[in-house]
Design a protein around this ligand. Sequence first.
Ligand SMILES: NC(=O)c1ccc[n+]([C@@H]2O[C@H](COP(=O)([O-])OP(=O)(O)OC[C@H]3O[C@@H](n4cnc5c(N)ncnc54)[C@H](O)[C@@H]3O)[C@@H](O)[C@H]2O)c1
Length: 258
Amino acid sequence: MTPATVALITGGTSGLGLAVAERLMASGVLPVVFGRSGERGRSALKTLGGSAVFVRGDVASESEVAGAVDAAARRGSLRIVVNCAGVPHAARVVGRTGPHSLGRFADVVTANLVGTFNVVRLAAERMAANPPVDEERGVIINTASLAAFDGQVGQAAYAASKGGIVSMTLPLARELATSLIRVVTVAPGFFTTPAVATVPPQAREALDRDLVHPQRWGNPAEFAGLVAHIVENQMINGETIRLDGAVRMSPGLRRHGS
Ligand SMILES: NC(=O)c1ccc[n+]([C@@H]2O[C@H](COP(=O)([O-])OP(=O)(O)OC[C@H]3O[C@@H](n4cnc5c(N)ncnc54)[C@H](O)[C@@H]3O)[C@@H](O)[C@H]2O)c1
């Protein structure tokens, strides 16, 4: 009997990651969702039901990600990895109370960039042992952001973390090609998720002014639809795809003369 196709989805307990888990599950893939919060994990399992699995952990932890990769491989053939775990962050380089916290800069880069790389390296090692199906052993999809290209005032740390994900996409794809593994990044624009529910109304109105067409924020299901297409389309590799309705973010809120 052919083993089940398993997808490891980090940050899969909410927002974009949960939508990906739902979408892939609907096409017969077994999702293993990985995240820090047990409460969110239990809630995600209620939404997903069926054979979905939750593994608790931090993407920046070597042992916890290794445990998640083991858990995924025990349930079938780990062929899909979707990195959605990430933290938002906004702070000026020089703010009213002093310079940007160096520790906070490092924390954001650790969660978003180091965490993504940690998952890629450990999952890729396991996927490289898969028998090829249709000349492919697996696909890894990472999540960047428009901030990687059009970072606004206050986004130095977040943009650095997401820019790193964009920059490593091609070298990862080139290297993992020898293992028949593709690597693709999606850079989403504005999507309605729990993370953006905390955006203050003034900042939200400023972002709304950058909308082009459609004049609305994206639905997580639209992000998940692109991920599902990337999984199916072997010609997409080594690329970062903007999913943003033509948004180019403006510089953001600047202070003059202060
Ligand atoms: N929503 C948007 O408009 C938008 C835009 C651009 C990029 N993104 C990116 O998309 C991804 C998903 O964001 P979302 O909007 O669905 O937010 P979300 O908060 O709903 O999902 C992020 C998930 O990642 C988890 N997470 C954070 N740090 C983690 C860590 N160190 N280890 C394990 N899990 C961790 C969180 O607990 C959460 O469940 C993020 O990487 C985010 O930066 C989102």
